[in-house]
Design a protein around this ligand. Structure first.
Ligand code: MRU
Length: 348
């Protein structure tokens, strides 16, 4: 299994995704501020991975605290959560992961639980969220596998794989599950400018699993769809609004329209905690703007004239109307999504 992140006695260990595919190196975060830096600098990235990283960051902050009374520790916990939440704005999983540990802390502190017991409990929760993330990926993979063609080529955008989670992945989890069931699937991986998650990360992890993979520049899929070379599209999600509008890596929206034009099903695969009931539509999803240098430079070399204007939104929103189904660990959601999401939420 690809060790995207791992809780260790020394701290949280992260596979440095900025170095892939050339180097497999690890970074150890020994305090919560280092976890925040690892998330902000995209050493770990992908909604599910940063959700669990956020949870582990809070647990690490609490575990390493030298506070001797609950009032002091509670003030520290508020600061830890705020610091971790300020790293990346779009993926709701980050806020979910932080909230899971914070809520447990608040519950135990309200009962005046001894600090050593609180420390044990928050670490145990972070470890459980890690295991659940992998189990969710496997279950959503199983739920979505038969939506993919028995034989054909599936396009994905960005990296929604083991590297974007604690293992197995969401969109790539569905592909893995389909292949495990005997589907003959080739993958087209959009390179995903400007950060190249597709070219660097999706290609790397699929090649490791011997899944036939071809990298496309981001502007090639329309042509290949028009030639009948793509049978389905599957992507992950960073935040799904209550009406099904889905934020994912920049470029996803354009792919969804191309898929609609060519009558190709466009699937979103994500754990249920990616659905944000507090965001009514995609218009309310905050879109992270990243540094201009990601666009102006490649491999440290400037590719654009000095002073030119640059846009670098890291995500876009695919309207629900372009989505054939949202595949979650609880089941497969279909339009109308406002109703199907609400019904699935009510069942738990
Ligand atoms: O900026 P990133 O690399 O964190 O963006 C990741 C994506 O957009 C993924 O497609 C998304 O998180 C879904 S996979 C959990």
């Amino acid at each position: 299994m690809i060790p995207t992140l791992e809780w260790t006695p020394e701290g949280v260990s992260f596979l440095d995704q900025t170095k892939l595919p050339h180097e497999e190196t690890y970074i150890l975060a020994t305090d919560y501020k280092q976890v925040a830096t690892v998330i902000r600098d995209m050493i770990v990235r992908g909604a599910m991975a940063i959700g669990v990283s956020g949870a582990m960051g809070v647990a690490l902050g609490i575990e390493r605290s030298t506070a001797t009374d609950l009032a002091t520790l509670s003030a520290e916990v508020a600061e830890i959560c705020e610091h971790l939440a300020a790293t990346r704005p779009t993926a709701v999983n980050l806020f979910w992961g932080i909230a899971q540990v914070r809520d447990l802390y608040n519950e135990l502190a309200a009962k005046s639980t001894p600090i050593p017991k609180i420390k044990q409990a928050v670490v145990a929760l972070a470890l459980r969220l890690y295991d659940e993330d992998i189990a969710n990926c496997k279950q959503l993979g199983a739920n979505g596998a038969d939506l993919l063609p028995q034989e054909g080529t599936v396009l994905t955008h960005c990296n929604a794989g083991a590297l974007a989670a604690c293992g197995y992945g969401s969109a790539l989890g569905v592909i893995r599950a389909a292949i495990e069931r005997g589907h003959k699937i080739d993958v087209f991986a959009d390179e995903t400018r400007p950060y190249l998650q597709g070219a660097r990360l999706t290609a790397w992890e699929l090649m490791k699993d011997n899944i036939p993979t071809t990298v496309l520049c981001d502007n090639m899929s329309g042509h290949l769809m028009s030639k009948g070379r793509i049978q389905a599209v599957i992507v992950g999600a960073d935040r799904i609004a209550a009406n099904g509008d889905t934020a994912n890596k920049i470029g996803t929206y354009s792919v969804s329209i191309l898929a609609r034009e060519h009558g190709i099903p466009f699937y979103v695969a994500a754990p249920f905690n990616t659905i944000d009931p507090n965001t009514a539509t995609g218009a309310g999803i905050p879109i992270e703007q990243r540094d201009r240098r990601e666009v102006t430079h490649s491999n440290g070399k400037q590719m654009t004239p000095d002073g030119v204007g640059i846009e670098n939104p890291a995500f876009d929103v695919t309207p629900a109307k372009y989505i054939a189904a949202i595949i979650t660990e609880r089941g497969v959601l279909r339009a109308p999504f406002t109703e199907s999401i609400a019904a699935m939420a009510a069942q738990h």
